[in-house]
Design a protein around this ligand. Structure first.
Ligand code: SF4
Length: 284
């Protein structure tokens, strides 16, 4: 299936987000989805435009709110595969509380964060992922803050699928997105996606020099949470691959009794009081 549409992305030439878009499109095709069975919900930022560039249902939401919207879409129509996406500023600053709560709920959606360690759309300010000392217009003397560690955060919040990739590793990234889609629960995939225009520190070359593939870490076991945390800490979070997966924990949908009945989107919504009461009774 072709998940490309006729909209030309207006990202800067060389932006890492192009590869993330391609990976989502390939992964959706590889898992056998039809465009009408995929919904891409995005937040605000350069990367937030991605929902308009994929041939599927899409919604370019509001800043930091892609996850509550995506959760609502999934709860109303379980037949859709739902991907939420956005940048590190979107998901780890204004949207951080939604990120944590979606993780701990284990809602069956895939969240792809395009992590470029800067705010690109607003022309280059320090983000929660910027390293201490990082100089931008908003921190001309260098950031005095500690950067958020999203993968470690996800593990402690109870995530059942945690992965990280680099936008140039298209094959690996595509495979991780496929695995995230197939995971029965919430999957967080953090993608290092360089901002070539405003971030002159965390460049493609910088990532190539500093990233370690988990497939090269001897004896790495992605079902071992303790090993996942220790490995992240040892490499300062700069690893790529499937970091952790727990296939035993049930998803939010599985635990919600009424969810097994008619999806809301197919329910008779002739909402007089009797129908409303019946709907509530079915769902509880
Ligand atoms: Fe990509 Fe940065 Fe350009 Fe935004 S400003 S499109 S993040 S390169």
């Amino acid at each position: 299936k072709d998940f490309r549409n006729n909209v030309k992305p207006n990202w800067c030439p060389g932006c890492g987000d192009f590869s993330v878009q391609a990976a989502i499109q390939r992964a959706a095709a590889n898992v056998g989805l039809e465009p009408e069975n995929l919904a891409v919900i995005s937040g605000i930022g350069c990367s937030g435009r991605i929902s308009g560039y994929i041939n599927s249902y899409g919604l370019h939401g509001i800043h930091g709110r892609s996850l509550p919207i995506a959760t609502g879409v999934k709860m109303a129509n379980r037949d859709l595969t739902v991907i939420a996406s956005g940048g590190d500023g979107d998901g780890y600053a204004i949207g951080m509380s939604h990120t944590i709560h979606a993780i701990r709920r284990n809602v069956n959606i895939t969240y792809i964060v395009m992590d470029n360690q800067i705010y690109g759309l607003t022309k280059g300010q320090t983000s929660p992922r910027s390293a201490t000392g990082f100089k931008t217009k908003s921190t001309p003397e260098g950031s005095i803050e500690q950067a958020i560690a999203p993968m470690e955060m996800a593990l402690t919040a109870g995530a059942t699928f945690v992965a990280q990739s680099f936008s140039t590793d298209l094959k690996d990234l595509t495979a991780l997105i496929e695995a995230g889609i197939n995971h029965d629960g919430f999957s967080l995939i953090n993608v290092f996606s360089p901002c070539v225009t405003y971030n002159k520190v965390n460049t493609y070359d910088w990532f190539k020099e500093n990233l370690t593939k988990l497939s090269d870490v001897e004896g790495y076991d992605s079902s071992n949470k303790e090993m996942a945390m220790q490995t992240l800490m040892k490499h300062n979070g700069l690893v790529t691959g499937l970091i952790y997966q727990d296939t035993a924990r049930k998803s939010y949908q599985e635990l919600l009794g009424g969810y097994s009945k008619t999806p809301l989107v197919h329910a008779d919504l002739n909402l007089d009081q009797a129908h409303f009461d019946k709907l509530v009774e079915e769902f509880m």
